[in-house]
Write a protein that binds this ligand. Structure first.
Ligand code: 16G
Ligand code: MG
Length: 552
């Protein structure tokens, strides 16, 4: 205990001298960690360094800390903690994260002691490794130093990976915790794993049918641009990646008029890419964990292939491959309420893959997906991956070793084995997802229009309503129904029933101080009308402030 006291005093002295709490109010733990203006984050970062070491001691494993504000503007920043198997910090610890981030400097020691006591941490003398990564924001280096100082003050061993994508950081954490069974915990190891598997599946025929091996890539002027350069070299022509929006550090252009979030939320072609018709284009976000595809047709009309389209492509393909292998493994798709109704219909009715719906946020999707032998999960915004149970992977590998497979079965099983290595199972990964989509399109011999033709999205709209207090809205049924305020859901149901194929839900944002209103209907006009009608009711019943609802 004496040692603990010394440790806490070091932590406190450091906090007071270097990272005093500069913001009076509290910062809230959002959907995926803390995120706000970078200038307000020094002390939060230091404290997350402290917390990461405590978490590592409890889990007796390596923990990750990623500094990024993803698709948000360049002056913002944020931090997320990565648990031992690549998951987001366990939800039960969000309360500790919130407490330690918001306590005054003089009480920091108490919170640390509370965590030590409640979690039964006995050994404060070991040096658990904490893996730290950051995106390309100009504020990231000094914030990373704050995290590292926190780790050191608490007696941990920081491993600084410098600028990496969020999914690379998750990968490093899992590699370390599986003692390299998942892969080499280095950037080279990451590229090698993905590229080797990709090239094996692609073989020597780089083109196939209507598929051509060239893609336009929008790097959002961020880490996704920087990292794809290495990938591109390794792919050596098997896939030609034409880079756009690759001004990396300090250009002020991060996510500006480009990137996956811009393309998806504005439903617009990004700046900087050639507007040649029918070219297959893709965009990643500011930390390269989201991916969307799109193209312009001959009439310059924009066509989007979002997370739902990617999810259905992958789930449908995995189902086909599984059938060819003859393996009996259960495959499921996890979506959120944002998934377009047409995608859910298509996947359940045509592809006959079971679908589960969970609340927004990767932590919820990932959690559900691991229940299946093979779980595909995607948010409509382009964040997702595939996870395989260890028993499923073993079964696939063992089957490949048996002698009683037909040539077709053998071929499909080997393909599946390689596909597992293209996928970053640790979290949604734009780069790995892109390689997977390219692999599937290549195998099917499809151009982007053939992919798009699988089903047609229902027109949809996302509106924001600003209210006094967004916590007045609470939801149930994976955010598809409002519980409070009283009467709101009845009003929504009444309005929705007037619109053919109408669907709508309202939820408080986890990252912004607003309510979100999502609507879908048979035509664009009806969808827009439905959105405004519901937004007005929300404004009235949930305490709207400022101007009545505006289209986002
Ligand atoms: C976070 C989530 C993202 C989700 C978004 C919703 C992670 C890694 N990121 O960015 O998945 O779609 O929040 O934001 O979980 P909202 O709550 O403001 O609508
Ligand atoms: Mg992101």
């Amino acid at each position: 205990m004496a040692n603990n006291n010394n440790r806490c005093r070091t932590v406190y002295a450091f906090a007071r001298e270097m990272y005093p709490k500069t913001v009076k109010g509290d910062i809230a733990y959002g959907t995926a960690g803390f995120r706000t203006r970078a200038i307000d984050l020094d002390y939060v970062m230091y404290r997350m360094g402290l917390l990461a070491v405590l978490r590592a001691r409890v889990k007796r494993a390596v923990i990750g800390v990623m500094i990024t504000a993803s698709h948000n503007p360049e002056p913002d920043n944020g931090v997320k903690l990565v648990d031992p198997m690549g998951e987001m910090l366990e939800q039960s610890w969000e309360k500790w994260a919130t407490k330690i981030a918001n306590v005054t400097d003089d009480k920091l020691e108490h919170v640390i002691n509370d965590i030590i006591k409640e979690c039964g941490i006995e050994n404060m003398n070991d040096r658990p490794e904490i893996v730290v990564g950051k995106d390309t924001r100009p504020s990231s280096p000094s914030l990373a130093k704050a995290v590292i100082d926190g780790v050191l003050a608490m007696g941990g061993k920081p491993i600084d990976y410098g600028i990496v994508t969020t999914p690379q950081l998750h990968y490093f954490v899992v590699c370390k915790n599986t003692h390299r069974a998942y892969g080499e915990p280095t950037e080279e190891g990451y590229y090698r794993k993905l590229i080797t598997a990709f090239k094996k599946v692609r073989g020597n025929e780089f083109n196939n049918g209507n598929y051509t091996n060239s893609i336009m890539y929008d790097g959002a002027n961020g880490v996704g641009a920087k990292k794809v350069k290495y990938l591109k070299e390794g792919l050596a022509g098997s896939l030609n990646i034409a880079m756009y929006n690759d001004e990396i550090i300090g250009s002020g252009k991060l996510n500006y008029l480009c990137g996956a979030d811009f393309v998806k939320s504005q439903q617009k072609f990004p700046t900087g890419l050639p507007q040649t018709p029918n070219l297959r284009c893709c965009s990643v976000d500011g930390d390269a964990d989201r991916l969307v595809y799109y193209y312009l047709d001959e009439n310059k009309k924009f066509h989007l292939m979002d997370g739902d389209k990617i999810a259905t492509l992958i789930a449908g393909y995995l189902k086909e491959i599984l059938e060819k292998t003859g393996l009996k493994l259960n495959l499921g798709l996890v979506q959120t309420a944002y998934a377009n109704g047409a995608s859910t219909d298509y996947i359940t009715k045509e592809l006959k893959v079971p679908v589960a719906c969970v609340a927004t946020g990767v932590k919820h999707l990932h959690h559900k997906a691991v229940e299946y032998d093979i779980g595909v999960y995607f948010e409509a915004n382009g964040h997702g991956t595939v996870v395989f149970k260890q028993s499923a992977k073993d079964k696939i590998k063992n089957t490949y070793q048996t002698n009683n497979l037909s040539p077709e079965q053998k071929d499909a099983t080997l393909r599946l084995i390689n596909i597992i290595d293209i996928i970053n199972e640790t979290v949604g990964d734009a780069i790995s997802d892109m390689l997977l989509v390219e692999t599937i399109l290549h195998d099917k011999g499809w151009d982007i229009r053939q992919w798009e033709a699988a089903y047609t999205d229902l027109p949809n709209k996302l509106l924001k309503v600003t209210v006094q207090d967004r916590t007045v809205v609470t939801t149930t049924d994976a955010e598809r129904k409002c519980v409070t305020p009283k009467g709101l859901q009845e009003e929504i149901d009444r309005i929705v029933s007037k619109y053919p194929k109408g669907r709508c839900f309202v939820r408080p944002s986890g990252t912004e101080d607003v309510l979100r209103v999502y609507t879908e209907a048979a035509t664009k006009e009806e969808c827009d009308k439905l959105g405004i009608e519901v937004a007005k009711v929300v404004y009235d019943l949930a305490g709207g402030i400022g101007n009545p609802p505006l289209v986002e």
